[in-house]
Design a protein around this ligand. Structure first.
Ligand code: BEZ
Length: 259
């Protein structure tokens, strides 16, 4: 069911620019070097991809959203529409980088296998995404407000917020050595009203509702969350939790140093 998510570059820029603005820590963890070949997995409108290119990296940017890829191309980037589970690349990147995307991917094992195939042995997979407990209050309010309407709210949740243990196990199974992995609570001030955030990121909950029913539903969720997430100065602060990691593709059997 949760497949209703679409991305509209203008409203993404208005309500979600903070996503790339807050990406500097994961870029630092990547430690990109000029001349490296990097795959940006889930590039969105290309704001962070552009930073990597400006640092001298040769970047291929991929995203499943055609409008976002179009926006990234307007920045002069090599951006392609592609599914993270079906990457066609073979041992051609020094690093795969991803910010704020992996929690949208249901089949994490297929994605990790595809990333691993794309990397040269010794290549790095460095990423940040929502982790266990991310936007728990928002999620609960969205689910419960649908449940009150006789709709199974849980079935509409489009996000896979995994624990470090779960993610590390999958990475190792896919052929990576995990260099670091951590869960980082990061309460995040939103640039505008909660409704704007919900309209960008929570579309699957709205599926099948008439426009009047959507309006009523969103207002109800906002009312429930206002005492929990709205500060006295009016700023909405969402209860984000990040999962950040760096992993290295293990050399194939018999290719390890000294063998
Ligand atoms: C995140 O980047 O953590 C996130 C994005 C959309 C919905 C929830 C969380």
């Amino acid at each position: 069911m949760p497949a209703a998510q679409t991305w509209e570059p203008a409203s993404y820029a208005r309500h979600a620019r903070f996503v790339s603005d807050l990406g500097s820590a994961v870029v630092e963890l990547l430690a990109p070097r000029a001349g490296e070949r990097i795959l940006d997995l889930g590039c969105g409108d290309g704001a962070l991809t552009k930073k990597l290119v400006d640092l001298g990296c040769a970047v291929v940017a991929v995203d499943s959203s055609a409008p976002q890829v179009e926006a990234a191309r307007k920045l002069g980037l090599d951006a392609r529409v592609m599914s993270a589970e079906e990457l066609p690349f073979r041992a051609e990147f020094d690093a795969v980088f991803s910010n704020a995307v992996l929690h949208w991917i249901q089949n994490a094992d297929a994605m990790m296998a595809a990333v691993c195939r794309s990397l040269r042995p010794g290549g790095r997979f460095v990423a940040e995404c929502g982790g266990s407990g991310c936007v728990h209050k928002v999620r609960t309010a969205l689910v419960q407000a649908l449940d009150r309407r006789g709709i199974d709210g849980e079935a509409r949740v489009p996000w896979y917020f995994r624990t470090p243990g779960d993610f590390a196990t999958r990475l190792e199974r896919a052929g990576f050595r995990v260099d670091c992995i951590a869960l980082l609570p990061r309460p995040t001030p939103l640039p505008g009203d909660l409704i704007g955030w919900l309209e960008v990121f929570a579309q699957s909950f709205l599926q099948g509702l008439s426009s009047a029913a959507r309006e009523e539903y969103l207002q109800e969720v906002r009312t429930v969350l206002e005492p929990q997430l709205r500060q006295s100065d009016g700023t909405w602060v969402a209860d984000y939790v990040r999962l950040r990691f760096a992993a290295t593709k293990e050399p194939a059997e018999g290719q390890a140093e000294g063998l």
